[in-house]
Design a protein around this ligand. Structure first.
Ligand SMILES: [Zn+2]
Length: 121
């Protein structure tokens, strides 16, 4: 994240609004304040899927959730599009949480395999 995006910028405003807490996993980023590199302003609807750089679309995330969510678009449902609005935002966040948790489980399984292999070296 470029420095211009921090103090006084929209990302900063997002962190303050969300209480410096990851909206996906609840990680208290202030408790890890010395790890400023964990802070991410995540595009709920990814930029690659026409997500805007707006207060509506940006949410506070830890770097882990930000990476695990990646290009997942919570607006897309099996029935079509559930467009992001102030009213639908919490629903879209919940969909992103389900996706992130699923990805986290997959990565955890891979990490276990990697740790087992590393101990053999
Ligand atoms: Zn998180």
């Amino acid at each position: 994240m470029a420095k211009k995006d921090w103090r006084g910028g929209i990302d900063w405003e997002v962190f303050v609004r969300d209480g410096y807490r990851c909206v996906y996993c609840g990680l208290d980023l202030i408790a890890h304040g010395d790890r400023w590199d964990l802070f991410a302003a995540d595009h709920l609807v990814p930029k690659s899927k026409r997500g805007a750089d707006s207060l509506l679309n940006l949410v506070t995330a830890c770097l882990g959730c930000n990476r695990l969510k990646s290009g997942f678009d919570p607006e897309k449902t099996k029935d079509g599009i559930d467009a992001l609005t102030e009213e639908s935002k919490s629903r879209l966040i919940e969909r992103a949480k389900v996706h992130i948790e699923s990805e986290r489980r997959k990565w955890a399984a891979d990490a276990q395999s990697m740790l087992k292999e590393a101990k053999r070296l």
